[in-house]
Ligand binder design. Structure first.
Ligand code: DC
Length: 236
């Protein structure tokens, strides 16, 4: 897509994709904060539309019903990496979108093409209007949403490492043991990778970073270096 209205020398669009538990959110937020870029969590947008469907009594197993309702909620994402926000029809849903109910239904809702079309359009608008540049994290950013991103990163990690990280994040909020977390992650990844419309996938020109043996700080450093190298090569 065209990015001509961005400030060429400073701004950069970075796509960070990968499955859950690879450290995408923590990495993307920290990298954006370090480099003065905006930050967009696209998973939060799919969670927000899922929350809206659930609270408005839409049967999320009925793809036609979800498609009909897809353009009804107004979803607004705040892109400050120090304090990202998400509202639906003016309601702050940052907490409610992290419940097990939303997590368990988000793959079904986000597989509906009308939902993807709606959210993808929103994401593109946010990305091209971020004059200082932006880090956009998700599943299909490099392949579908922003195929012309300046830099594409695909984060991976072993299933064990991903489940351990996700359990750590949930501790104290919801009782999730490692085996259950691992099974739930595997189910969600399988659904997200096998859906027909823009599945979770590595773009052919993405740089793959395996985070299994790396600390969060090391992953952040690696991505910052990749962005700086890219910026140096960009024409001023
Ligand atoms: O990153 P997350 O776990 O918060 O994402 C929640 C779900 O949203 C994920 O299971 C699949 C969906 N998603 C998607 O389909 N496309 C994206 N770009 C981001 C998330």
């Amino acid at each position: 897509m065209e990015t001509a209205d961005r400030t060429a020398s400073a701004s950069v669009i970075v796509a960070i994709d990968g499955p859950s538990g690879t450290g995408k959110s923590s990495t993307s937020k920290a990298v954006a904060a370090k480099l003065g870029l905006r930050y967009l969590d696209t998973g939060a947008q799919y969670r927000a539309i899922t929350w809206w469907m659930l609270t408005h009594g839409v049967d999320v197993s009925d793809a036609a019903a979800v498609a009909t309702a897809a353009d009804k909620p107004t979803i607004v994402s705040g892109t400050d990496p120090a304090a990202p926000t998400i509202t639906v029809d003016g309601v702050d849903v940052a907490g409610p979108i992290r419940t097990q109910e939303v997590t368990g239904n988000v793959s079904a809702v986000s597989a509906v093409p009308e939902v993807r079309a709606r959210i993808t359009e929103l994401q593109r608008t946010i990305a091209v209007t971020a004059r200082e540049g932006i880090v956009v994290e998700g599943r299909d950013i490099g392949t579908t949403v922003l195929p012309d991103a300046d830099l594409k990163i695909f984060l991976t990690a072993s299933p064990e490492a991903r489940a351990a990280r996700r359990s750590g994040e949930l501790r104290g909020k919801e009782a999730a043991d490692l085996a259950a977390t691992r099974a739930a992650l595997a189910r969600r990844d399988a659904a997200d990778s096998s859906r027909k419309t823009s599945p979770l996938a590595k773009a052919h020109d993405a740089v793959e970073v395996d985070t299994t043996e790396l600390t969060l700080e090391q992953v952040i450093e690696c991505v910052v270096t990749l962005i700086e190298e890219k910026r140096e090569k960009q024409p001023a």
